[in-house]
Design a binder for this molecule. Structure first.
Ligand code: DGL
Length: 264
């Protein structure tokens, strides 16, 4: 059991930001990553469809023998993780916007959150926001259009810059000092976001917290990989564009990383 891989899925390449944190914190673990780019973006889809897609991804990761599944997508976590936990007898780790630390540390009493429509309208997000951020001004913004551009690898396009400016300007007008990236695709845009918000705004995402939680659960279940006789292997699959997937996967000589096109 313990030498089986950690499964990770997202609506596309965004979850690679989480996958990287996991592979850094748990260098002995084998991983399998699914980029469901063919069905991206999940963010505008109805809850029912997000659950169906999450089930499809989960079934494939189970077929490939994963011992734990990381839902590296805020939209899928906030809409589908309770269904997955009720349905499958395997641990699921989810990712949610880091609204709690932002609300705790803000000095201007104003925080911004950039996320998908599916996340911002979910019950889970609204409960968390009410619980931890009811005393601060939360400037919510749907990042419509950002994920499709990232999925095409157009990180430095003018179109993307313009969208980001449009979304972040109202937050700056409200004097936010924390910006929560509530979509796993958005950390890929940190250099572009930093150019717009300057150095005064702290940008936070949940990648490290997810990796720590994954480690904690594996430790608790006595399921960390202890067999170091094989080179660690990472298999990443996309159902759309292999070139775009490879654009975001770092070279690592310590482990074997393969990227493949797969229909799922
Ligand atoms: N990366 C996803 C998230 O964290 C979803 C983006 C999308 O497919 O709309 O919310």
């Amino acid at each position: 059991m313990s030498s089986q891989p950690i499964g990770v899925f997202d609506s596309g390449v965004g979850g690679i930001t989480i996958w990287k944190e996991i592979t850094q914190l748990l260098p002995n673990e084998h991983t399998i990553y699914l980029a469901d780019s063919k069905h991206a973006p999940y963010g505008q889809k109805p809850k029912k469809e997000i659950i169906e897609l999450s089930v499809k991804n989960t079934e494939l990761l189970l077929k490939k023998g994963c011992k734990i599944i990381v839902v590296a997508c805020n939209t899928a976590t906030t809409n589908a993780i309770s269904y997955l936990r009720e349905t499958y007898d395997i641990p699921f780790i989810g990712i949610e916007p880091a609204i709690k630390p932002a609300a705790l540390h803000t000095k201007t009493n104003a925080v911004g959150i950039l996320a998908t429509k599916g996340t911002l309208s979910s019950e889970l997000f609204n409960q968390t926001s009410e619980k931890f951020a009811s005393d601060v001004a939360v400037v919510e913004q749907i990042g419509e259009g950002l994920v499709p551009l990232i999925e095409q690898g157009k990180l430095e396009s003018l179109e993307l810059q313009q969208l980001l400016k449009k979304y972040l300007k109202p937050m700056l007008d409200e004097h936010i000092d924390y910006l929560v990236l509530g979509c796993s695709h958005y950390p890929l845009l940190i250099p572009e976001i930093r150019n717009i918000v300057g150095d005064e705004v702290t940008i936070i995402d949940s990648g490290q917290a997810v990796a720590k939680q994954t480690k904690a659960i594996l430790e608790k279940n006595d399921a960390l990989n202890e067999d170091t006789s094989f080179k660690v292997s990472h298999k990443l699959y996309t159902n759309r564009d292999l070139g775009v997937l490879k654009q975001f996967v770092p070279a690592n000589t310590e482990s074997s990383i393969t990227c493949e096109l797969l229909d799922f």
